[in-house]
Design a protein around this ligand. Structure first.
Ligand code: DON
Length: 566
């Protein structure tokens, strides 16, 4: 057994290079290929630690816990203990489900907490510092997964993660850039220097001894450590001192929730994705159903007609998102109606290829009787065929920028995902209404879209992305690239992307990747074209099951993302 593990470990050392391309029989350009299992995440260390669980005989759920925590160490930009996320899974026997470990509004939160005396929204209050922080869900999430599906002891899973925090990880060029960019803000928000405000260069090793200690306590004491134990006390004292409102009661009453995922049939594929409080599954499902009657395969990938149909479907779906969607424990969501074929086909009735429909002419659809940047994704398939798709976040880069030095982690600014005021855009330009208004103990609406696709009742694809409001459209385009445009996984992830979300009334294109003529044709039809440099349209990490049963990883070239398989 030991020899087998050693061999597997050596194979792993040689097999995993970021976005390395392989050719298999079909001559497509392929990403990392694994015959048995695959982990794709935002960091090589995290993908390797995830895969090491599988090599030790663990399953995809053990690998989920390990990868989630390894990202918290090596990708503090978005990986976290102080944030939250969602997992969609599909077991080898075909059983599917979802876990919601989204942050919640503190019990002392109130509807108008981000408005000034004149009633205007003050974005900094929901985006930076103590009031921006939602009650963290990540630790409850990993323990819920472990309790229900884990097969290795928690100590064994956390061991390499603790070692990574103790021994350090190597800072990449991308990380150097973001750390530099936020250095001043870290010091301003924390009113002091913090570990991550140091002057780091790419290639330096960053050790986080405090985080190692926190993880050790978690390994010893379990979930209680974070929600009721020493860690809870340190966290609440830290926030109270700064005028924050999260209490011990908020922490002790936090629970991750098992939910039923959204399932949509698209061209015979079953697309399984996150249900509310994420908008991901419903909105992506609506868009897919609205474009289904159009032959986009024939129109061609990123062609004028394909972009028009998708944009117009997105416009209508995001208008519904803004009105109807919120935490299902607080608002009634007419999911069945919103995802029904009749409703959605009717919604596209006023679409024409002649010209753009102005967003001002689109409102949410009418339902009879209805009243009422930074994230990271990883995908795992294990040797038994279990699949997990997880998106986790602090919301903005390094969340609220508040760093609890004694515990070694950043705190989220997820409160900005609520609608601070009807009609007032949040940091992703998303509008919200009553359904997503702030209420004590409520979960803020998300766009995270961890997804699993089945073909003929079998596992086909696992994928997801960061990118705020652009997550949904990035995930959807990646699915279409494979099922409509016959791309391999890496190719589908690499392909240029575009995005529309109702308001602002513009279509955002990845810079310099789209033909000038195509963009001019769209302009002449009345589309506002935006080719901003700074905007990231997702960073998709995905796995595709190939016809011969092996797995192809697609690690997004837009980051340090890495696929490792065996
Ligand atoms: O839950 C959401 O939709 C957002 N908090 C996600 C933020 C995000 O993806 C930032 N990444 N670029």
């Amino acid at each position: 057994m030991k020899r087998l593990l050693l061999l597997a470990f050596l194979a792993l050392q040689f097999s995993c290079k970021t976005s390395e391309t392989h050719k298999v029989e079909d001559q497509k350009i392929r990403g990392e290929i694994g015959e048995h299992a695959m982990v794709v995440s935002a960091r090589e260390e995290a993908s390797k630690i995830g895969l090491s669980m599988l090599l030790q005989g663990g399953n995809a759920f053990d690998a989920m816990v390990a990868t989630e925590m390894a990202l918290a160490v090596s990708y503090p930009f978005a990986g976290n203990l102080g944030g939250g996320g969602f997992m969609v899974y599909r077991k080898a026997n075909g059983e599917t489900g979802a876990l919601d470990y989204r942050e919640k509004a503190p019990l002392k939160a109130s509807r108008n907490m981000y408005l000034d005396e004149e009633g205007n929204a003050v974005p900094e209050r929901s985006q930076v510092g103590e009031l921006a922080v939602g009650v963290p869900g990540t630790v409850a999430g990993i323990f819920a997964v472990h309790e229900k599906f884990g097969s290795l002891p928690m100590e064994q899973i956390l061991e390499p993660v603790i070692a990574l925090a103790q021994n350090g990880f190597v800072i990449s060029e991308n990380q150097q850039k973001t750390l530099e960019a936020y250095q001043e803000m870290f010091i301003k928000v924390n009113k002091d220097t913090i570990l991550f405000a140091g002057n780091f260069s790419a290639g330096d090793t960053l050790r986080n001894v405090q985080l190692a200690r926190t993880l050790e306590r978690l390994a010893q004491n379990g979930k209680k450590e974070f929600y009721e134990g020493k860690t809870a006390e340190i966290l609440v004292d830290y926030l109270k001192e700064r005028g924050g409102i999260i209490s011990l009661e908020d922490l002790s009453s936090y629970e991750a929730v098992w939910r039923k995922p959204i399932e949509i049939d698209y061209q015979g594929y079953s697309v399984i994705s996150m249900s509310p409080p994420s908008s991901g599954g419903i909105v992506m499902g609506q868009i897919l159903k609205m474009i289904e009657p159009y032959d986009i395969e024939k129109f061609g990938h990123n062609s004028l007609k394909t972009i028009q149909v998708i944009t117009e479907a997105e416009r209508r779906a995001y208008a519904d998102r803004s009105f109807y969607l919120g935490d299902p424990d607080f608002v009634d969501i007419p999911t069945q109606f919103l995802t029904s074929v009749e409703y959605l086909h009717n919604r596209m009735k006023d679409f024409t290829f002649e010209h753009a429909t102005p967003s001002s002419e689109i409102d949410h659809g009418n339902i009879p009787g209805y009243e009422s940047m930074e994230t990271t994704h990883y995908s795992i398939v294990d040797q038994q065929g279990n699949a997990v798709s997880v998106t986790t976040t602090l919301n903005g880069a390094y969340g609220s920028k508040l760093y609890v030095e004694e515990l070694g982690f950043f705190l989220n600014n997820e409160m900005d995902d609520f609608s601070a005021k009807p009609g007032e855009p949040n940091m992703f330009g998303l509008l919200g209404a009553e359904a997503n208004a702030i209420e004590p103990g409520k979960r803020m609406l998300s766009s995270m879209t961890p997804t699993i696709v089945e073909k003929d009742g079998k596992l086909f694809m696992v994928l997801g992305s960061p990118g705020g409001s652009t997550i949904i459209t990035s995930v959807m385009q990646t699915i279409l690239n494979v099922v409509e445009f016959d791309m391999g996984m890496q190719e589908a992830v690499n392909a240029p992307r575009f995005h529309h979300q109702w308001y602002p009334d513009e279509v955002v294109f990845e810079p310099k990747l789209f033909d000038k003529e195509l963009l001019d044709s769209l302009r002449s039809k009345g589309y506002q074209v935006n080719e901003r440099n700074s905007r990231i349209l997702g960073k998709v990490d995905a796995i595709l099951r190939l016809p011969n049963g092996s797995l192809e990883g697609g690690a997004d070239r837009r980051g340090d993302d890495t696929a490792v398989g065996y």
